[in-house]
Design a protein around this ligand. Sequence first.
Ligand code: SAM
Ligand code: SF4
Ligand code: F3S
Length: 465
Amino acid sequence: MQNLELENLPSPEVCIKEVGKWIASYPEQPLAYLHSFGCQLNVADGEKLSGILKQMGYGFTDDVTKASLILYNTCAVRENAEDRVFGTLGSIKKLKQENPALIICVTGCMTAQKQVADKIKKSYRYVDIVLGSSAVSRLAQMLYAHMHGLKHAQDIETYLDIPEDLEPLRESTFKAAVPIMYGCNNFCTYCIVPYVRGRERSRQPEKIISEVRKLIQDGYKEIMLLGQNVNSYGKDLETPVSFPELLREIDKIPGEYWIRFMSSHPKDASPELMDALLECEHLAKHLHLPVQSGSNEILKRMNRRYTVEKYLSQVDYIRSKDPDFSLTTDLIVGFPDESEEDFQATLNIISKVRYDNMYSFIYSKRTGTKASLMPDSISDSEKSQRMQRLLALQREIAVENNKRFIGRTLTVLCDGESKKRLGNMTGRSSENILVEFAGTPDLIGRFVRIKVTESHNNMVCGYIL
Ligand code: SAM
Ligand code: SF4
Ligand code: F3S
């Protein structure tokens, strides 16, 4: 079979059935090992990929050495994310040598880049299937092609259809991710995502609402609505619906649950969004508002399309109504030619907003993006030092911020056992603060009321009321 014939494969439904028959003929149920790197949207894609594998008859294993199929769902956002995948691929070469029937498949954002797919084809010859991003429904077809003898099947298209009919196999029984849109139109100059994920596509509001309703009926307690910029949700629909309107519709679903969402691009964050956050019963009291930099000059060169002043006016709006409202952010340190003054401006915005948490990254050059062509005179060691300064400031702020919870009672969704202290459980409050308390594993997946007695640099502790 030649590559060309990949265009003429039977439909995904037929391929799921055919691969299912092939799998049923195995003496024992074959096991799949699937790992998703990167953001929550990619993890949500991974759950759909698992759903298809399950439909075809695969079981699952966490032990890569026991797998008949290994599937890596990759991330390309920074160079170290890609390096991790190449390292992992190198480490499983031995498994393929020992078991030539093992199927190795690589998909996700990395493989949507031609130079990466070429590198895998050339240097990792033992990879059987290379599949681009958003190609969830294509997996069954690629396995079908493999089953019919096609070696090194490669299809790096980004599929723009929305995989509505595919049931995800969810990892958690109480927290669920629900993508509300796919792709991105924003082309921030540092970012690879729009190139590997295609343009924005919103799901129909009815589909989202009925999925959330079903999850709540099934006992899910926290629903995370996902999109690269949820604030532009619905603009591409035949009958446009705004994100705050969608939130208010979801909020009408009765039950005990929280709604969270990410990411919210400041250029489109509206007063209507803030009002929904403050007024809706089920919306968690937390907003992740990625600022990326505190310098207007850098924001302009990042093509973020807001100013520090506009960003701070959004923060003022929400804090004027709830002075305690929890905000978190993403920041990039060492964007090309970021001056000491630019960096100081970033420290200033952190001090002004006093975030409860932040995700900070050293700028990573991504081939194909506009920023990759910008001159950069800042050394790696200077960038690392700036990162250390930024982390030190954030640590100080988080320690102070967490003190505000002492003596208060927080509602917490218990999500697991403490890894550090035996007999303790952990969870997150509505503000997304990590909370630790004495308890038993039967609390996992349940809301508990915690009286806070102590605060630490990245969490608070208390006891169950
Ligand atoms: N769509 C989200 C937004 O606009 O906030 C961000 C999604 S991106 C997957 C997550 C974070 O990765 C970004 O907010 C940014 O801070 C960081 N990031 C993206 N590209 C990067 C790059 N080339 N180098 C370093 N960090 C990067
Ligand atoms: Fe990347 Fe910007 Fe799109 Fe976020 S909004 S995914 S940072 S291009
Ligand atoms: Fe990575 Fe793709 Fe997400 S590049 S961060 S997995 S959209």
